[in-house]
Design a binder for this molecule. Structure first.
Ligand code: BTN
Length: 245
């Protein structure tokens, strides 16, 4: 991982470029990094603000020999690797909010977007897009996210080395990926749960088919969130926005 790096000063989106590279046969571990993205994409079709020079905007190509249903697990593997790397580089232990936000003091520092290219019943490539607010100052965030976003610089009070953080992330991603392949998802789930904030708490999940409120009771071995509502019914959530209530 990270032996094959495509670095750009400016790109529309590293995610889009990585999709193209994967489609053209780029090997597993290929990493696309840009100093700046002019049309960075977030989850649920949102825009991702990707200021030049301050963040880490990158997309990693992974080619596991697995069926497409396993793709969501990779969001969680990536979140754990990011959390661990942030911890090692800054000394601050971040929290993970299901499925993919990495937070410090309740504010978002990292977003992860996992996308899939599949052929019949097999993953051909996973494109894992990671956006880290590394050296942003508070004034660098657009107004509508200013009170929900933070950066490693703001939290730590000193600039961090983006290269060191990327390297550290790749080290942990490789480690957790190989644990996952040899021992299955359970060790990853346990690690993930050790960073998770919402488990055991009351949350509201806004899904495409409606809102579910209840207590988050954990994730399944597929990485699916389980919520128990007030009637004791357990809901499996594949994709949603989560708020603590
Ligand atoms: C989220 O909505 O939280 C996910 C944000 C993912 C942003 C990253 S930045 C690098 C990669 N390229 C993109 O266009 N998006 C992802």
């Amino acid at each position: 991982f990270g032996r094959n790096i495509h670095y750009y000063e400016s790109l529309g989106s590293t995610q889009k470029a990585a999709h193209q590279l994967a489609h053209d046969g780029a090997p597993e571990g290929t990493l696309v990094i840009a100093e700046e993205q002019t049309s960075g994409r977030g989850r649920l079709g949102r825009e991702w603000h990707s200021l030049s020079g301050k963040g880490i905007w990158m997309s990693l190509i992974v080619k596991p020999d697995l069926p497409p249903q396993k793709a969501p697990q990779f969001t969680l593997i990536s979140a754990v690797a990011v959390a661990r790397a942030v911890e090692e580089i800054t000394g601050i232990t971040p929290e993970i909010k299901w499925p993919n936000d990495v937070l410090i003091r309740g504010k978002k520092v990292v977003g992860i977007l996992t996308e899939l290219q599949a052929e019949s019943d097999k993953i051909s490539s996973l494109i894992i897009g990671i956006g880290m607010n590394a050296n942003h100052g508070q004034e660098d965030f657009p107004e509508h996210v200013a009170h929900t976003a933070t950066s490693l610089f703001i939290e730590k009070g000193e600039k961090i080395s983006r290269a060191a953080l990327i390297q550290c992330f790749l080290k942990y991603f490789e480690r957790y990926y190989s644990i996952y392949i040899s021992d299955g998802f359970k060790p990853i789930r346990l690690l993930w749960e050790s960073y998770a904030i919402s488990i055991g708490k009351r949350i509201r999940a806004t899904t495409v088919s409606g809102v579910i409120t209840g207590r988050a009771i954990g994730i399944t071995d597929e990485g699916v969130l389980k919520i128990e509502d007030d009637e004791g019914i357990i809901h499996h959530i594949y994709s949603a926005d989560i708020q603590q209530t």
